[in-house]
Design a protein around this ligand. Structure first.
Ligand SMILES: [Zn+2]
Length: 129
């Protein structure tokens, strides 16, 4: 995925993946894209933000200086956001080995490394559809 002046590996950080997910929840009525200028005006709960592929006027961008959900939404609406394609083969491989992952977290729980709450959250996520 390559847009704006961002290094490609910026987008693989977990905090960035969360923002990519959040960007997809912004309703279309709140997004006005200028495809020529590659900018957008996005209305959020706390105001209206001026967004380009390199900058946003929201608090998240201001404090982190990394792409926020608004920048990802603009990139997505411009067709520049590449999402991984679902893979049956990779999904089957994951499913075939999910019990190993559960056993791993079970061991962490019984060793006192993680709480019962964390163990249950992780296992529920691993076993969910
Ligand atoms: Zn923003």
């Amino acid at each position: 995925m390559n847009f704006g002046n961002w290094e490609e590996n910026v987008h693989t950080d977990y905090e960035q993946i969360k923002r990519i997910a959040f960007s997809q929840r912004i309703t279309s009525e709140n997004v006005t894209v200028d495809t020529q200028k590659e900018t957008a005006v996005i209305t959020g709960r706390d105001g209206t933000y001026d967004v380009s592929l390199n900058h946003c006027t929201c608090y998240d961008f201001d404090s982190r200086q990394l792409p926020c959900k608004h920048i990802y939404r603009l990139a997505s609406d411009l067709g520049l956001l590449e999402m991984p394609k679902p893979s049956r083969k990779a999904a089957k491989e994951f499913k075939d080995h999910v019990q190993d992952d559960v056993d791993h977290y079970k061991e962490l729980y019984f060793n006192g490394a993680i709480s019962i709450e964390k163990f249950n959250k992780i296992v529920n996520a691993l076993l969910s559809k």
